[in-house]
Each structure stands twice: as structure tokens, then as C-alpha cells.
Design a binder for this molecule. Structure first.
Ligand SMILES: Cc1cc2nc3c(=O)[nH]c(=O)nc-3n(C[C@H](O)[C@H](O)[C@H](O)COP(=O)(O)OP(=O)(O)OC[C@H]3O[C@@H](n4cnc5c(N)ncnc54)[C@H](O)[C@@H]3O)c2cc1C
Ligand SMILES: *[C@@H]1O[C@H](CO)[C@@H](O)[C@H](O)[C@H]1NC(C)=O
Ligand SMILES: *[C@@H]1O[C@H](CO)[C@@H](O)[C@H](O)[C@H]1NC(C)=O
Ligand SMILES: *[C@@H]1O[C@H](CO)[C@@H](O)[C@H](O)[C@H]1NC(C)=O
Ligand SMILES: *[C@@H]1O[C@H](CO)[C@@H](O)[C@H](O)[C@H]1NC(C)=O
Ligand SMILES: *[C@@H]1O[C@H](CO)[C@@H](O)[C@H](O)[C@H]1NC(C)=O
Length: 704
């Protein structure tokens, strides 16, 4: 437990000089070579029962999971709870065991990230003609745990209204299966993944944190709590929002994620380390001979049996390779292939396997197995940009740069940004503004359908309309976020308020250009193709600036350094944001759960249309974006997928998450029960005394 005295002393030693940072560069991950010396790996190595090599892989498994990322490891853990069921996970990236401090220490996210090296896919988009012609970087975790091993740890849930909008988009086909994606069941699935610990008293007081523990799970695998230390200036956040007419949420996790709040982060309070899908769902498992994990290995395609009955193809095997030049090997599947490669990997694997739009497959020289025009379509993402001010207050960055003893403590290094707010369209635009904007969006529908859809296929066009109408008629008039505001304080001497677009009207696509899994697909989100997105983003940035001019925040801010006084008119803002906005790292929807007649890829049971035994379970299946970060809901997707699959194959297994508060699984081996946490393990933390270089500090401000 850090002491207030130690903290006060440390702060006295910290320079309070305003750093003369005149220009804040783009969020480039400055560290291109993360393989620095590191601590020994022994304590982080998984039990060898789980890791296999290509020579020790069995001939066949009941389930093969493609991608050991956030969702993939949840499924691996849950499906292998049934002792008679064999499960293989194939993950393209390494284990992460060689770089424990980079993954485990929360603030490494900003100061010591593994992004930019071999643990990062390092994708970038196709040139974005409405965003300055730029190729925007799209980092993604390439490691066990996937992007949950590299992300910003915010645990934010979507609103009930958004989840129910998702459910109604799929209800027309199978209203009973669609219930899995309605609020009650989905809320229970999100809670099932969670083990919530309230904030320390001092932390709660400093930031004014509000929470309702009954909205949180208490015995799930993923730890949700607050850092051990709260930077004092965060206490200005909620009062500033209140002054601006944005009330603080009593609790943001129970279906009303609107207003200002300080959400929990995925941190384990027993030692202030990142809690992510590997440390939560895999590392604590008791021995399980029925679970194998093959890493450093890329799934290259799904193989289908020759028989086709009732029009559905059946996956019989999965092919994999370690490089484009190594030989391809095959492993047979007895029950199902589950794609959990994420928003890029899953549609890529489907297309490589002959499931996708015919023109794309023809061009890439892949034989068509199932013509499914929606694969890779409906791509949506959140875009973010920030306003930066100088400050003489101690930011996280200032304290970190001081190199004081406190700055190297596990408590300080557990601090990460999370102060946030979501504002609805009527607040952002005003009632009259919203009415005019709504008319504009409705009026632009037919020209958008003619000009902005990335496919000529009529079903994909129907899906575009369904998503568009959901935004126009459900989201815009609702009490749900269209803009997220985020307080960022990881730079020395500066404070930023970011604004991020939550419900884009622009939709893009992803597609392969060759039959090799080792060639990157083309990612074209068509950012800002719909002018409504530019309007919302512009108003969001104007609001961010206004907040900086609102008390009490205004009292601690100096000169605005980015974008600065040169940007003042609406035209200035639009021009600026098109050349400065970047991803908030929440792409979604490339295997959208929509009816097949609307360009859908999976049905309400997550089965890929035209197949009898291929499912997708990851962040690619959301038909719409949410005003949320996507980690917490994706844990929910994976938990719900495990419920659906286990109840299909194993009548004895729990058929769905109950509405019980904890949502505790009837787990036979208890992956979730071995995680008793205590809040005072810090004194003996293995992290104390390690020194951390500021390596990628400039990478951090937009790193969420
Ligand atoms: C930098 C960054 C910051 C973020 N910050 C936050 C945040 O603070 N809070 C939040 O909630 N969300 C955040 N997110 C988003 C969140 O992490 C993702 O939405 C979430 O991890 C998606 O889960 P997934 O299972 O769909 O994909 P992933 O977690 O990305 O997992 C996909 C896995 O599949 C593997 N894979 C892909 N293709 C293949 C193949 N062919 N063969 C084998 N393996 C393959 C990948 O290597 C990866 O391990 C952030 C994301 C990033 C990148
Ligand atoms: C896995 O891949 C990484 C680099 O991508 C390499 O450094 C490591 O040695 C590989 N591990 C094994 C066991 O092959
Ligand atoms: C943190 O504590 C948990 C127990 O709650 C343990 O399983 C995990 O290995 C620890 N992590 C580190 C990095 O010490
Ligand atoms: C097709 O063949 C596979 C094995 O070759 C078998 O497991 C599967 O049940 C068959 N599918 C159908 C729909 O008959
Ligand atoms: C084919 O799969 C779909 C789901 O994708 C299912 O609804 C349908 O019943 C299946 N057809 C047969 C004959 O099994
Ligand atoms: C939008 O948010 C404002 C501010 O919280 C609130 O007063 C208003 O009622 C909300 N609008 C809707 C439609 O709920």
C-alpha cells in the first residue's frame, strides 16, 4: 500500500516546471524495436501441458480455435472445462512470456509498449481519401491474449439501447437465438467474465469515482478495478463536465453508459498487473490435458469435406504454417472450427478458405466454396483526435519523467488513463441542431446508398441501409453516446482532452488480394466518407476545447498547443481533423451478425452462413459500433459463444448465463475461482525496483 507521506514527498521532488513542448507529434509508436533486455521468463511460462509444437499436435480435435486473442482464449478455457472435449488453439504470435513487464505493468502501455515490433501486426489502412490521403496505422496484438495484451485496459460497456439494437437487427431470422444478444443475457455474459474490486478509498476520493458493485461480476476471471494511485488532477474531470451540463453517471456498467465517469480498468489488484485473456483465462488453469495451444503458427485456411448436404459445407480440417515458405500442415476437426482471429484475421481466414465475395476470391485466385458477399464488409471504426494544453500540474507523464523512487513503484506504474464521458447527439448538437442533422442524415440516405457502399451486391447494400437506419433512428435520438471524451495525462507537462466518434455512418471493407495468409489484406474503412461523421467529430472537438475553457479544468490549463488558435472556424476544424484523426483502436463488424439477406456473415448462433460447423466469435461480429471500448463486450461475446456451443454439444453443460449476479459458471475445474484477490500485495510486488525507460512516450497520448 503506498503511503500518502511517501507520495507527498515524491511530489515535492517532482519538477513542476511547464515543459516547453510546442508541438505534439502524431501517435507514432516510436519504439520500432521492443526487444530490449528483460527479466527472466520462468515465472510466466505456462504449464507445458498447454503449449504444443507442430510435432506434438494431435491428429484431430473436437474444436479448433483460430486465433488465441481476447476471445479465442476465453473459448479455449470454457470449452475445455468439459474434460471429454479436446481443444486446439492456433495463434500466429508468440506467447509473450519473454516480455512479461512490457505486458503486465499497466503503464508500460504508454512508456514501454510492445507495439511496433514483432508482437504487433502493424497493419495500416489503404489511403483514406477523406482523411488527407493518409495510410492510418492499425496496431493489433500478435501474441497470446491478442489485443488484450497491448490495449489501454479501459473496461467500458455498451448501453442497453445499443445491445438491444443489435438484437433487433438479427431478430427477424431467429428471434429465440437472438435473445443471446439482448441486454439481459448479454449483460450476464459480460458480468460472467468479470471479478470486480472497488477502488481504494483514497483513489475513489481523489477522482470522485462512482460505481455500483451490483452491476459487476465478482468471481469471473478478468480483474476489474482502479489503479493503486490516482493522479490528483483527475479530480477536475467530473466537476468540469458537471459545469458544462454533462452529469456524472451514477454507474456506467449497468446499461446506461452516458455522462461522465471513471470506469474500472482490467488490472489485477493483488499485484497491480494487467489482467487480460491469457492471465485471466489460461494461466490459472489446473492441468488440462484436453487443451493444446500452438503458438507462432498461422492458420492459412479451413478445409471442407467433399459432401455438401442441405447446401451447407462442413469443415473437416484446418491448415497452418509458420511462414510463407514453410510447409503447410493439416489438423483435423471433429466438431467445429471457431474463428477468433479478430476483426482482420477472421474475415481474412474466411476469404482464404473460399468464403466471401466472388469477385474478391476470383481476383485472389481462391476457389469459391460458399459465395458470401458480406465477408469483410460493413467495417466500422471509432476515430479520435485530441486538444492539448500546457499545464503546470503534475501529470502522469511529469511524474514518470521525474524518475523518482515513487515514479518507479508498482502503485504509480499501475496508473492508466480512464476518465471518460459519453455525450448524446442532442447535447452535442442542441435540440434544433439535432433535428437539422437528423434531416440531413435522412436526406442523404439514398445518395449514400448509391455512392458509399463498398459492394454492388444487393444484400450488402441492404445491410448498409439497416446499419444506417439504426444510427439515424435509434442512436441519434437516444440517450447514448455519439462522442466519447477522454482525459489523457500521460505526457509530461501537457493535458489532452480527446474526442472520439462512436457511431460512424461511414462503412468500409477488408479484402484479400492473394491466396497467401502471409500477405496482409487491404483495410479500407472509408473514414469520413459520410459527411455526417465529419460534423459529429468537429462538434466533439469543439466540445473538447470548450471543456478546457470550463472550470475547474480551465484553472489548471495553460496555452492550448494543439491544434492551437489557428484552428477556430468550422472549416478550420474540419480541415484539421481530416489530417489528424486516428483510430481509437475499435474496428468492428467485418463478419457482421445480420440476416443473410442483409449481407450478414454469421447468424444469431454465430454460425457462418452456408457452413454447418464454422463459427466466428470475436469483435468482428458486431453489426454496429457501440459507444464503448470493445474489450468488455468482446469478453461477453466469447462467454456467450461458449454457452451456445456447449449447450449445443453437451446438454449437461450450462445452457446460458443465468441472470445471477456473479454469473458463476458451473465450471468443473474452476478457472474462475482460483483468483482470490487481495488489495495489499503491493509491498511485495515483484515489480518494485525495476526501472523503466521512457521509450515510446510520444506514442502514448492517443493510446487508449
Ligand atoms: C492499441 C490498442 C488499444 C486498445 N485499447 C482498448 C481499451 O483500452 N479498452 C478496450 O476495451 N479495448 C481496447 N482495444 C480494443 C480491444 O483490445 C479489441 O477490441 C479486442 O482485443 C478484440 O478482441 P478479438 O478477440 O476480436 O481480437 P484480438 O484480441 O486482436 O485477437 C485476435 C488474435 O488472433 C490472432 N490471429 C489473427 N489471424 C490469425 C491467423 N490467421 N492465425 C492464427 N492467429 C491469428 C492474432 O494474433 C490475435 O492474437 C484496444 C486495441 C488496441 C490495438
Ligand atoms: C516465436 O517467434 C518469435 C519471433 O517471431 C521468435 O523470436 C521465437 O523464438 C519463436 N519461438 C519459437 C519457440 O519458435
Ligand atoms: C499477479 O497475481 C496473480 C494472482 O492474483 C497471479 O496469478 C499472477 O501470476 C501475478 N502476476 C504477476 C505478473 O506477478
Ligand atoms: C461430411 O463428412 C464429414 C466427414 O467427412 C462428416 O463428419 C460430416 O458429418 C458430413 N456432413 C454431412 C452434413 O453429412
Ligand atoms: C444450413 O445452415 C443454416 C445456418 O447457417 C441452417 O439454418 C440450416 O438449417 C442448415 N441447413 C441444413 C440442411 O442443415
Ligand atoms: C442528452 O443528454 C443531456 C445531458 O445529459 C440530457 O439532458 C438529455 O435529456 C439527453 N437527451 C436524451 C434524448 O436523452
Amino acid at each position: 500500500m503506498w503511503s500518502v507521506e511517501l507520495f507527498a514527498l515524491t511530489l515535492a521532488a517532482v519538477s513542476t516546471r511547464v515543459l516547453a513542448v510546442s508541438h505534439f507529434p502524431h501517435p507514432i509508436h516510436a519504439d520500432a524495436s521492443p526487444h530490449r533486455p528483460h527479466s527472466p521468463r520462468s515465472t510466466f511460462t505456462l504449464d507445458s501441458r498447454s503449449y504444443v509444437t507442430s510435432s506434438s499436435v494431435s491428429d484431430s480435435y473436437d474444436f479448433i480455435i483460430a486465433g488465441g486473442g481476447l476471445a479465442g482464449l476465453v473459448l479455449a478455457s470454457r470449452l475445455s472445462e468439459d474434460a471429454g472435449t479436446t481443444v486446439l488453439v492456433i495463434e500466429a504470435g508468440d506467447t509473450g512470456d519473454a516480455v512479461p513487464s512490457f505486458i503486465n505493468i499497466p503503464a508500460s502501455t504508454y512508456y514501454n509498449s510492445i507495439l511496433g515490433g514483432s508482437y504487433d501486426w502493424q497493419y495500416s489502412t489503404a489511403p483514406q481519401s477523406n482523411a488527407g490521403g493518409r495510410n492510418l496505422p492499425w496496431p493489433r496484438g500478435k501474441v497470446l491474449g491478442g489485443s488484450s495484451a497491448v490495449n489501454g485496459m479501459y473496461l467500458v460497456r455498451p448501453s442497453e439501447l445499443e445491445i438491444n439494437a443489435w438484437k433487433s437487427l438479427i431478430s427477424e431470422d431467429d428471434s429465440s437465438a437472438a435473445n443471446s444478444w439482448g441486454w439481459d443475457q448479454f449483460f450476464a455474459a459480460m458480468k460472467k467474465s468479470e471479478n470486480f474490486t472497488p477502488p481504494l478509498d483514497e483513489v475513489q476520493k481523489v477522482a470522485g469515482i462512482k460505481y455500483d458493485a451490483s452491476n459487476h461480476g465478482s468471481d469471473g476471471p478478468v480483474h476489474a478495478t482502479y489503479p493503486a494511485y490516482m493522479v490528483p488532477l483527475v479530480g477536475n474531470w467530473l466537476p468540469t463536465l458537471e459545469t458544462a451540463g454533462i452529469p456524472a453517471a451514477e454507474d456506467s456498467s449497468g446499461g446506461r453508459s452516458i455522462g461522465g465517469f471513471i470506469p474500472p480498468s482490467s488490472i489485477n489488484p493483488s499485484n497491480w498487473t494487467r489482467s487480460y485473456s491469457k492471465s485471466a483465462y489460461i494461466d490459472p488453469l489446473p492441468p488440462r490435458s484436453n487443451l493444446h495451444i500452438l503458438y507462432n503458427t498461422t492458420v492459412t485456411r479451413i478445409v471442407f469435406a467433399d459432401n455438401v448436404t442441405g447446401g451447407n459445407v462442413t469443415a473437416s480440417a484446418v491448415e497452418y504454417a509458420t511462414s510463407s515458405t514453410s510447409g503447410v500442415k493439416t489438423v483435423n476437426v471433429k466438431k467445429e472450427v471457431i474463428l477468433a482471429g479478430g476483426v482482420i484475421g477472421s474475415p481474412q481466414i474466411l476469404q482464404l478458405s473460399g468464403i466471401g465475395p466472388k469477385d474478391i476470391l476470383d481476383t485472389a485466385n481462391v476457389g469459391v466454396k460458399v459465395e458470401l458477399p458480406g465477408v469483410g464488409q460493413h467495417l466500422q471504426d471509432h476515430l479520435a483526435a485530441g486538444v492539448f494544453w500546457e499545464t503546470d500540474q503534475d501529470t502522469q507523464g511529469t511524474i514518470h519523467a521525474s524518475n523518482s523512487a515513487f515514479s518507479q513503484s508498482a502503485e504509480f506504474m499501475s496508473f492508466i488513463n480512464s476518465a471518460t464521458a459519453y455525450v448524446n447527439a442532442s447535447y452535442l448538437l442542441g435540440d434544433a441542431g439535432l433535428s437539422g442533422f437528423h434531416d440531413f442524415v435522412t436526406g442523404a440516405r439514398s445518395s449514400s446508398v448509391s455512392n458509399l457502399v463498398t459492394s454492388t451486391d444487393s444484400t450488402v447494400i441492404e445491410g448498409y441501409k439497416a446499419i444506417y437506419d439504426t444510427v439515424a433512428n435509434t442512436i441519434l435520438p437516444g440517450d447514448v453516446g455519439v462522442i466519447e471524451l477522454l482525459l489523457s495525462i500521460n505526457v509530461p507537462g501537457q493535458i489532452a482532452i480527446q474526442a472520439a466518434l462512436q457511431h460512424p455512418l461511414s462503412q468500409g471493407r477488408l479484402y484479400i488480394t492473394s491466396s497467401s495468409a502471409f500477405d496482409k489484406p487491404v483495410i479500407d474503412p472509408q473514414y469520413f466518407s459520410h459527411p455526417g461523421d465529419v460534423t459529429i467529430m468537429r462538434e466533439g472537438l469543439k466540445l473538447a476545447r470548450r471543456l478546457g475553457q470550463t472550470a475547474p479544468m480551465s484553472g489548471i490549463l495553460g496555452k492550448e498547443v494543439t491544434p492551437g488558435s489557428d484552428v477556430s472556424t468550422d472549416d478550420d476544424w474540419e480541415k484539421w481533423l481530416k489530417s489528424h484523426a486516428g483510430t481509437e483502436y475499435h474496428p468492428a463488424s467485418t463478419c457482421a451478425m445480420l440476416p443473410k439477406s442483409k449481407g450478414g456473415v454469421v447468424d444469431a448462433k454465430l454460425l457462418v452462413y452456408g457452413t454447418s460447423n464454422v463459427r466466428v466469435a470475436d469483435a468482428s461480429i458486431y453489426p454496429i459500433e457501440f459507444a464503448s471500448h470493445l474489450g468488455a463486450p468482446t469478453y461477453g461475446v466469447a462467454e456467450q459463444a461458449a454457452n451456445i456451443i456447449r449447450s449445443f454439444y453437451n446438454a449437461a453443460a450450462p445452457s446460458s448465463t443465468s441472470s445471477s449476479k456473479s454469473g458463476s459458471a458451473t465450471s468443473t475445474s474452476g478457472s474462475s475461482s482460483s483468483q482470490e484477490s487481495s488489495k495489499n500485495g503491493a509491498a511485495s510486488s515483484p515489480l518494485n525496483g525495476i526501472t523503466y525507460a521512457i521509450i515510446s512516450i510520444l506514442a502514448c497520448a492517443l493510446l487508449l
